[in-house]
Every structure is written in C-alpha cells, then in structure tokens.
Ligand binder design. Structure first.
Ligand SMILES: *[C@@H]1O[C@H](CO)[C@@H](O)[C@H](O)[C@H]1NC(C)=O
Ligand SMILES: *[C@@H]1O[C@H](CO)[C@@H](O)[C@H](O)[C@H]1NC(C)=O
Ligand SMILES: *[C@@H]1O[C@H](CO)[C@@H](O)[C@H](O)[C@H]1NC(C)=O
Ligand SMILES: *[C@@H]1O[C@H](CO)[C@@H](O)[C@H](O)[C@H]1NC(C)=O
Ligand SMILES: *[C@@H]1O[C@H](CO)[C@@H](O)[C@H](O)[C@H]1NC(C)=O
Length: 423
C-alpha cells in the first residue's frame, strides 16, 4: 500500500515537473512589445528596457540605426548574472570585436582584463568610447498583438558596458544608455528574433505625446484601441541597409498639393553616391534635406499657401505662420499635403499637418523640416516628427519597409496600444 502511494506521489510529482518545464519550454512568443516614451526636452524616444538580476528598468534612447545596446556600467551596476566573454571568443567575433580589453582599476562590470572591447557611440553627440562587451539577462513582454502577455527572458543578451561620460551630452534626463535596432548581429531585434525563433521584423509606432508609444518586435497583428490591426494597412517599399547596418529607402520625387516639386532627385546624387537613398533616423528630431532641396521645397510650399501671411521664422525652421490663420483639421493643421513618392506600386509617405507643422512657439506654426546643409552625409534624413502616429515595419527578412497611413485617419494614435497586461 505504502509503495503504491509512494509510486502515485512520485508519478504526480514527476508529471507536474515535466508538465511545468514543458510549458515553459514550449512557450514561444511570436511577438514582443516594448513601451517607448517621448522625452519632451530632446524630442528623442526612450524605451523601457528591463535587464539584470534582480530585474531593473533601464530607460534607453531608441536608436533605429544603432549597432547594439549600450548602457552605463560605471555606476550602480548590480547584477548576479553579468558575464563578459573573453577576447577572441566566438561571442566577441559575433559582436564584431577583435580587440582585447584591459582595465587598470579594480574589477567591476565593464572593467576586466582579456574581455573584448568595442566603440560605443552617443548618437546625439557622435562621441565614442570603448566599452566592454558583456552579457546579462534581458526581460521583455510578449504579446499576441493587443495587450502585453507573459514576460520572457533572454538569459545571455549581449550588450556593451560603456563609461558614464558617454551619457552626458544632450541626453534625455534619466536615460542610462542607447538601444540599437540597426541591421547587425547583436542589435536588439536580431538577438530577440534569433533567441525566440521568429522572423527578423520590428515595427515602430512612436507617440508625439508623453503617453507610451510602442515598439513591436516580431510579426503582427499590431493592434491599437479600439481594435485596429495596423499590420493590415501597410504598403511596402524596398529597404536598403548600409554596411554599417543603417536603414535607407528611396524617395523618387516629392509632391506638394499633388504637384511634383521640380527637384532632381532620381537623377541626382541621392541614389548614386554614398550609401544611397534616404536615411530614416530616430535621432534626428525633424526631417533634414540637403540645402538645395530644402530651399526649393520651402519655396514651393510657401507658394501653395500664399494666401496665408508669413511671420518671422523661428530657428531652425525657415517658414512660419500665425497659427490663427491656419485652420485645424482631424489630421492636424490644414496645410498642403506633402508626399514623398517611394518605389513600389502606389506607395508614398504622405505627410499631413500633424506631421508637417510644428508649434515652434505659442501661436506660431512652422514647417517642420530643417536645412541639412550644403554637403550632408545623406541628402534626406527622415526624422522623428514625420513618423509619429504612423506605424513603420522594418522587415529584414524581405528587405522592405511597411508604412501605414497616419493613425489619425483611423481616429486612433500610437498612444492607443493597450498596455494592460493579460496573463
Ligand atoms: C589587469 O592587469 C593589470 C596588469 O597585470 C593589473 O594591474 C590590473 O589590476 C588588472 N585589472 C583587473 C580589472 O583585474
Ligand atoms: C536637373 O538636372 C539636369 C541635368 O543634370 C539639369 O540640366 C537641370 O537644370 C537640373 N534641374 C534642376 C531644377 O536643378
Ligand atoms: C490672420 O490672423 C489675424 C489674427 O487673427 C487676423 O487679424 C488676420 O486678418 C488674418 N489674416 C488672414 C489673411 O486670414
Ligand atoms: C494604384 O493606384 C491606381 C489609381 O488609384 C489603381 O488603379 C491601381 O490599381 C493601383 N495599383 C496597385 C498595385 O495598388
Ligand atoms: C485593455 O485591456 C484590458 C485587458 O484585456 C481590458 O480589460 C480593458 O478593457 C482594455 N482597455 C480598453 C480601453 O479597452
């Protein structure tokens, strides 16, 4: 009798154990979700990354073209799961580091001998510093598209441990580092997709307000309240990647009010020289055009709005109006629509008032584009202001960018993801 009972208990325990570990093993999220918030002072967006043991929230500046995640390790790095791979190991070469790091002070996270080093760059100031490549736990919420689900873990997420001084200039208050989404082996989406076995895709839906916007890592559905699946609304254009892992699209022409602006885009240097095309950036607050394109565009836009009196421009903008003279509509200020025409059937990046006009000072509305200078590295850099309340899906498997119309046209916004967790 006792033996039978023992056996039974044994079976129940082992069944429960197997069942438990199986369900943990088989829970494969198909998509992950990251809350992201605009910093009012800098216009940059900050994601709430959760790392280390015990788990700690690390606000990190979102850098679409960043090569990896880097964080300040010099202060308050407390974690029982920190590890640093040895130099010349496979993990170091995966991270692109062939350099042996040494450190003369006492050992701490970020300071060891014979680990590997890599240059971390502050995308705002362009200052760089050598950091130690390390791994630690990263946690992130899974999703089925409409609410965050269970938290999932990557036990050995590779990142760079940077010195504190790299944080100092022009950074949002409280940010601890930078999270990179570039097309590189250790960028956040690459590591998450390969760890969980889903296709390398991610989507940005950034909110202009202090409410949370959302970054999805993995495939759709991407659902905003009151239940709109944005993955159904995407139009696609080819996405090119530079050798440094930065994302480019090709703008073939620009229309204002449906009229083609006389620019030499397709025949000019935009496609032919340098890495080619138009860079998309989350560290540029506004879209910047090369000087010659900028002046033509501003002039054309002003002519299309000639009935509205201009006021003295407020730097860095070149064209401003008295806000009282411009009607407001559901899609923002009632001004001519600007369309960046892209490669692909019927695909364009339409910019309505909410994304083309900025209240530079109370009562003064300015055209929200800036002069990129005479000889910029990229002729067009699409900045954050032009893609807020729009969903951009970066599909790295198919090398294409999916663009949604402005969410305002569906009477929703990027602030409308339901962040209430469901089990
Ligand atoms: C690294 O090696 C140097 C020279 O051997 C030594 O002085 C230093 O303390 C070591 N650093 C660490 C962090 O162990
Ligand atoms: C465009 O380029 C062509 C040939 O390079 C040149 O003749 C023309 O003047 C240019 N047009 C403008 C508007 O710059
Ligand atoms: C612009 O607004 C000002 C202030 O409301 C008003 O006095 C002026 O008549 C307006 N001009 C036009 C052209 O609408
Ligand atoms: C492109 O737009 C035109 C006119 O609206 C339409 O006739 C055509 O079917 C569209 N093509 C595609 C591939 O969507
Ligand atoms: C958000 O999701 C929660 C959990 O599913 C639900 O109870 C709540 O009603 C949702 N909020 C809205 C505004 O629909």
């Amino acid at each position: 009798m006792a033996t039978t009972l023992h056996l039974l208990v044994f079976f129940i325990i082992s069944f429960a154990f197997v069942f438990n570990s199986e369900s943990e093993k088989t829970f494969r999220p198909r998509s992950l979700v990251l809350p992201v918030q605009k910093d009012g002072a800098t216009g940059l967006h900050v994601a709430k990354i959760q790392k280390r043991t015990p788990l700690q929230q690390l606000p990190s500046v979102v850098d679409l073209n960043g090569r990896f995640l880097w964080a300040d390790c010099e202060h308050n790095y407390l974690s029982s799961t920190y590890q640093a791979p040895r130099c010349h190991s496979t993990l170091c070469s995966k991270a692109g580091s062939h350099y042996c790091h040494t450190c003369s002070t006492s050992a701490r996270p970020g300071c060891h001998n014979n680990t590997c080093g890599i240059v971390a760059v502050n995308p705002v100031t362009r200052h760089g510093a050598i950091g130690e490549i390390a791994s630690d736990v990263l946690s992130i919420q899974s999703t089925q598209g409409s609410n965050p689900g269970p938290l999932v873990k990557v036990p050995s997420f590779l990142f760079t441990c940077a010195p504190s001084f790299l944080l100092q200039n022009g950074f949002p208050y409280g940010a601890q580092g930078v999270v990179g989404f570039g097309h590189t082996p250790i960028a956040l989406p690459t590591q998450l997709a390969s760890h969980f076995g889903f296709p390398p895709k991610f989507a940005f839906c950034l909110s202009p307000d202090p409410v949370n916007g959302v970054i999805f890592i993995g495939d759709g559905p991407y659902i905003m309240l009151p239940g709109i699946d944005l993955s159904q609304s995407l139009r696609f254009t080819p996405l090119t990647v530079s050798p440094r892992g930065e994302y480019f699209i090709e703008v073939t022409s620009i229309k204002i009010n449906g009229k083609v602006v006389p620019l030499n885009i397709s025949s000019s240097s935009i496609q032919k020289t340098r890495v080619g095309g138009t860079l998309i950036s989350t560290t540029a607050p506004y879209t910047a055009f090369k000087h010659s394109i900028y002046t033509t565009l501003v002039q054309f836009f002003a002519n299309e709005l000639s009935q509205v009196p201009q006021v003295t421009p407020i730097s860095p903008f070149a064209l401003c109006f008295n806000a009282q003279n411009i009607t407001s509509t559901r899609l923002g200020a009632g001004v001519p629509t600007i369309e960046l025409m892209l490669h692909g059937p019927n695909v364009s990046w339409s910019i309505f008032g909410a994304n083309s006009m900025v209240m530079a000072r109370p009562g003064v509305l300015c055209l929200a584009f800036v002069d990129g200078g005479l000889n910029p590295l990229n002729d067009i850099v699409i900045g954050i202001y032009q893609f807020q309340d729009k969903l951009l899906q970066f599909d790295l498997a198919k090398s294409r960018l999916g663009l949604s119309p402005t969410l305002l046209s569906y009477q929703t916004t990027c602030g409308n993801f339901n962040f209430t967790s469901t089990p």
